[in-house]
Write a protein that binds this ligand. Structure first.
Ligand SMILES: [Fe+2]
Length: 164
């Protein structure tokens, strides 16, 4: 059966992005002093953070679809909202605001903001420019990415706040 093409899907570029974020999340974890087990866990989170695009109709829903897919694959007899983990919370909330920042959320977002949509390692300003070009300078995607980059310490100023 062919996969329904109403979904955005995982393009070859996005596949490279996911692998790039996995490697970056691993190396950032090691640089921050986390142990090998934690760093490998972060590799898994990076690898899977955008998997939900395969079954997403909109960009906005992909973190939910990703975390729901992983929950149903790896947590038995449960569903999102009943039982979760910090790891699945990081995937569900990547690129979104959180009330409580966890190391998993911080590292996944750092990695996501240093790997471009094609999987290349880039500076944070190149990454933000790419998001601005794709979604527009007044888009939620761009403004939220600016806020998050500031909150996780990748930028010294919040570019979203500079907007006039
Ligand atoms: Fe994503």
């Amino acid at each position: 059966m062919e996969i329904n093409n109403e979904f955005i899907g995982i393009s070859e570029n996005r596949l490279h992005h996911m692998y790039g974020v996995a490697k970056k999340a691993y190396s950032v974890s090691k640089e921050m002093g986390y142990n090998e087990d934690f760093a490998r866990k972060m590799f898994v989170l990076g690898w899977n953070h955008d998997i939900g695009y395969e079954f997403s109709k909109t960009q906005e829903e992909h973190p939910d679809v990703s975390s729901n897919m992983i929950a149903s694959a790896f947590l038995e007899d449960t569903f999102w909202g009943e039982k979760t983990t910090l790891s699945m919370g990081a995937i569900r909330k990547h690129g979104r605001y959180v009330e409580k920042e966890t190391p998993e959320w911080i590292i996944l977002n750092i990695a996501d903001m240093l790997i471009d949509s094609g999987g290349r390692e880039v500076s944070v300003s190149e990454r933000l420019n790419g998001i601005m070009e794709r979604y527009g300078e007044h888009s939620d995607q761009y403004l939220t990415a600016c806020d998050i980059c500031y909150r996780i310490g990748l930028t010294a100023v919040n570019f979203a706040a500079l907007e006039t």
